[in-house]
Design a protein around this ligand. Structure first.
Ligand SMILES: *Cc1c(COP(=O)(O)O)cnc(C)c1O
Length: 434
């Protein structure tokens, strides 16, 4: 039996396993709904990227874990132990990383609208680098850096004109983006000039990010070439040497059989070759490179386990399998109509013959986990595992309907531990002051 995730198995009892643990036993121990991550698999994903930088780019780079995919102290610990930096997008993510003991100098701070307080917090914490989005942000960073008598390292977020959010990629367009400064409009030049005029910032690099869930090498190669040309242009035009090039994240993973991911190291192999060739052709130095995988580090290593509460058959219309979670722990269907695969924990390889819709328990008709999936017969009390939920599930979870968020369990070598505990009703009212 082949699952969409490589780290799952079936044990002698016929139950689904992850990280050497019986998922039914974990559900009994920790209750449902429940997020479970295969820790070794997460670490393997980290190493694939880290090793690829060594293999294809002489170690002249750093992999940043895009922590918005799954942010909790233990994930920052894993990233640290695997020799990565992290990419953060808020004061809260920076706080979590620092609380986990993450080295500040390896924290990169993203975002199109960092608040004054967040910038001040990041400057005071001596984080490694700001990925600057716009002139207003530059003003604030320069002012705050001056106030603390510091020089802050920055990169500029450039929109390279390659949009790869879908299977195809588009070469122009993407000027309509809330992120970064476009090359085509001259906004990138303006932002660069603005940065060069600031006293308390040091322009170290350029950043770009072309989309997410991308299955092709070509858009990354195209982008690398565009960015290298721009680095050469900045050298000619302003005499500025760009030392770092950050090519973002967005590497695709397998959610359902339709998805066709490629090995992660292939991305680094491909862009390394482009960058080396461009550098030689243009007569500029090979920059230190950064890549920011998020989804591909954690999504394929995580599942969510639910208990079925009721099965509602509406003849000739639809069969709803209602589970004890939903949009609160996985808002991706309601946000993007995302597709997932799921199996029964006690019969993961049973034949699938019935089309059902897995729905949540929230007061919202759009509260669906999976629309139209073929499943074996599902009954009240069955455990369902939704697959490849390791990214953008816990990190996007909410307390809608005042439902406590599920715990995040790390499974490894047949043992399990709690990375994040289940919220309680007391947690739910903790901030209600009157
Ligand atoms: C979201 C994001 C990433 C990570 O994207 P994935 O698709 O999760 O790999 C990396 N960099 C930036 C700037 C992002 O916004």
């Amino acid at each position: 039996m082949e699952f969409v995730m490589k780290c799952l198995g079936i044990n002698e009892a016929g139950n689904l396993t992850i990280g050497g643990c019986d998922v039914k036993e974990l559900a009994k121990q920790y209750k449902t709904p429940l997020y479970i991550m295969d820790e070794s698999d997460v670490r393997k994903n980290c190493r694939t990227y880290v090793d690829a930088i060594d293999k294809y780019y002489d170690g002249n780079g750093l992999i940043l874990y895009a922590s918005k995919a799954l942010s909790c102290k233990y994930m920052y610990k894993i990233a640290m132990e695997e020799g990565m930096g992290v990419d953060t997008v808020s004061g809260g993510e920076i706080y979590t990383a620092l609380a986990a003991g993450f080295p500040a100098e390896k924290i990169y701070f993203h975002g199109n609208n960092k608040t004054y307080d967040e910038i001040e917090y990041a400057v005071k914490s001596n984080i490694g680098c700001f990925v600057v989005d716009n002139e207003d942000e530059l003003d604030a960073i320069d002012e705050i850096a001056g106030k603390y008598k510091k020089t802050v390292k920055i990169m500029l977020r450039i929109t390279p004109g390659v949009d790869a959010h879908t299977h195809d990629f588009i070469r122009t367009g993407q000027i309509d983006s809330k992120f970064g400064a476009a090359l085509e409009t001259g906004a990138a030049d303006k932002l660069t000039e603005y940065a060069l005029a600031k006293k308390n910032v040091e322009l170290k690099g350029l950043h770009c990010h072309i989309g997410s869930q991308i299955f092709e090498l070509a858009p990354f190669c195209e982008t690398a070439e565009i960015m290298m040309n721009y680095i050469a242009k900045l050298d000619r035009k302003y005499g500025v040497v760009i030392e770092e090039l950050n090519l973002g994240g967005g590497f695709g993973i397998k959610y359902t059989e339709k998805d066709t991911p490629i090995d992660y190291d292939k991305f680094i192999e491909a862009v390394s070759a482009v960058i080396k060739k461009s550098a030689a052709d243009l007569g500029v130095k090979c920059p230190f490179i950064l890549m920011e995988p998020g989804r591909s580090i954690v999504a394929p290593s995580g599942i969510t386990v639910y208990t079925v509460g009721t099965v509602k058959k509406i003849p000739n219309v639809r069969t709803y399998v209602c589970v004890d979670g939903g949009m609160g722990d996985n808002p991706r269907y309601i946000l993007y109509n995302s597709e997932y695969d799921a199996v029964l924990v006690e019969k993961p390889d049973a034949e699938r013959f019935e089309k059902v819709t897995v729905a949540g328990k929230c007061c919202e008709s759009g509260d669906i986990v999976i629309k139209d999936i073929f499943m074996p017969e599902v009954k009240k009390g069955d455990l369902i595992a939704v697959l490849a939920t390791g990214a953008y599930n816990y990190s996007m979870a909410s307390n809608y309907n005042r439902i406590p968020r599920p715990p995040v369990i790390m499974a490894k070598d047949g043992k399990s531990k709690i990375a994040v505990k289940r919220e309680t009703y007391e947690d739910i009212i903790a901030n209600d002051m009157i």
